[in-house]
Ligand binder design. Structure first.
Ligand code: ZN
Length: 178
């Protein structure tokens, strides 16, 4: 498959990589729309800073890494332990990766986890034909939210805030919440 991977400063390459396999608690997604964040630009122009050059403590991954952390897409395959999402559903990726064991995580604040990582920075992200994430990093888009807007909900919000935004979505509410 195609993947846009950051190798280092001023070094992004469109490459062919294997289609990622889907583990028991994971979901494989075909991205529909993926935002290009200022963080992505900074990783290219000044980095790598968030993209690890040594194995990331949570993911074990290091550059080159496929960028893209503002992702909405369509479910392609679910792992054997995932029973509440089906192929064909529209989803948005909540990209924060956390250890779930530090004080911040235990208080529910995964956005300030001491070991924090991100889909699309600490492991392969959405600027590819496919990506795989844990089920816990996904929210299903309600039917009244267009797929084209899904990526806007994903930008590093804690899951409960993404869920709240999706439930309440109307254009003016979206502006307030985000
Ligand atoms: Zn933590």
């Amino acid at each position: 498959m195609r993947a846009l991977r950051l190798h280092g400063q001023h070094d992004i390459r469109l490459e062919q990589t294997p289609i990622p396999s889907c583990g028991p608690s994971e979901v494989r997604i075909k991205p529909a729309l993926v935002g290009i964040c200022g963080t992505d630009v900074h990783e290219w122009s000044r980095g790598p800073t968030l993209v690890p050059t040594k194995a990331h403590v949570l993911t074990g991954c290091k550059a080159p890494i496929t960028l893209g952390h503002e992702i909405c897409g369509v479910v392609e395959e679910v792992g054997c332990e995932v029973d509440d999402i089906e192929p064909g559903q529209h989803v948005v990726v909540q990209p924060i990766l956390a250890d779930q064991t530090c004080r911040a995580c235990l208080l529910g604040n995964i956005n300030v986890c001491r070991q924090q990582g991100f889909v699309g920075l600490s492991k392969d992200g959405g600027l590819a034909d496919y990506l795989v994430v844990k089920r816990q990093n996904l929210e299903v888009l309600p039917a009244h939210v267009p797929l084209e807007l899904g990526g806007m909900f994903s930008n590093q919000l804690p899951s409960e805030r993404v869920r709240e935004a999706l439930i309440l979505y109307r254009s003016f509410v979206l502006t307030i919440l985000l």
